[in-house]
Design a protein around this ligand. Structure first.
Ligand code: GLV
Ligand code: MG
Length: 324
């Protein structure tokens, strides 16, 4: 698993986060062959109540015996208002904790719900002899109360890795007048999701964690998916949920940096490293061609370079120190 090499340790590639119903062994098998950055094996809304018990065991088997190399492995448990959550966590983490990267908690409403999951994970890790704190948490924001508390949720535990928008439940929570998940509600002249997405992004960035956009349910409309994904990528989101192989390809492309930006970011990092070194004169700012670069440029470049490296991009130009 390639975490970004510089910056917060928990920033993993998450351009495409593939939903896989835990109740369906065929999908659990098929998901292993798709080029998604992350899979999340679902015990929540993709599993009928009577299928949840069996799905827990399918998921443990799939994590322990499947080939998930190159992918971040996540399980979505049921939310704390149900009676399933504790058993979901205990069965999956005791059974397959060594082969699991994160637990995703849906419909998070306040920081206390993250604390509770954190405590349960710590107890399981200790009793099983796993490294304490290795398993991360992803929090889905899916209702008004969750969004109002999103800052505290994003900072509730060092295990927090991402804040994830859940548009379907959110639209229901707000009484939004649309049933087409991911699309704009008719009759509103601007982007109805802008505030929600920005709010989530601010909270995530405040705590140096990732922000992930939720599903687009019209799986045959790949252009529609691209349009919505491009919007989230333009704001700064790290990735998006995907439900179909066509969406995986599109999401990987849209959430990767452009080649030109990736090359530029690597050049800035090299140039900055050179000019701030003794050999380069120990300067605080410097020129790269016609552009002045300083510590702030380095920070921006780190983000793009980190995403490009995580996506396996290759640079097409090299930094040449000035001849003296
Ligand atoms: C995802 O869980 C959603 O509600 O959109
Ligand atoms: Mg949901």
């Amino acid at each position: 698993m390639s975490a970004f090499t510089d910056g917060p340790a928990r920033l993993r590639p998450r351009r495409s986060c593939l939903a896989v119903p835990g109740s369906n062994p065929r999908f659990l098998e098929k998901a292993q062959g798709l080029p998604a950055d992350q899979v999340f094996l679902d015990l929540e809304d993709a599993c009928a109540p009577l299928a949840k018990e069996g799905a827990r065991h399918n998921i443990v088997d799939a994590l322990n015996t499947g080939d998930w190399s190159g992918k971040t492995r996540v399980v979505r448990v049921n939310d704390w208002t149900t009676h399933w959550t504790y058993r979901d966590v205990i069965t999956v983490v005791e059974g397959a904790g060594a082969n699991l990267d994160c637990v995703m908690l849906p419909k998070v409403q306040d920081a206390g719900q993250i604390h509770t999951l954190d405590t349960l994970l710590t107890q399981i890790e200790k009793s099983m002899g796993y490294e304490v704190g290795r398993i991360g948490i992803e929090a889905q924001i899916e209702n008004a109360r969750g969004l109002v508390n999103v800052d505290a949720i994003a900072g509730a535990s060092p295990r927090m890795e991402t804040v994830v928008f859940g548009p379907a439940d959110f639209m229901a929570s707000l009484n939004m007048r649309s049933l087409v998940v991911g699309e704009q509600p008719p009759g509103y002249p601007a982007d109805a999701y802008h505030y929600i997405l920005m709010r989530i992004l601010m909270a995530a960035r405040t705590h140096d964690i990732q922000a992930v956009d939720g599903p687009y349910l019209q799986v045959r409309n790949v252009e529609g998916f691209r349009e919505v994904a491009r919007r989230a990528a333009a704001l700064g989101f790290d990735g998006k949920w995907v439900l179909h192989p066509d969406q995986v390809e599109a999401s990987n492309e849209i959430f990767s940096p452009f080649q030109e930006d990736y090359d530029h970011a690597e050049l800035i990092l090299d140039a900055y490293a050179y000019f701030t070194s003794e050999q380069g004169g120990g300067k605080g700012s410097a020129m790269l061609g016609d552009e002045m670069i300083d510590e702030a440029s380095r920070k921006m470049a780190l983000v793009i370079a980190g995403k490009g490296r995580a996506a396996g991009m290759r640079r097409t130009s090299a930094f040449e120190p000035p001849q003296t």
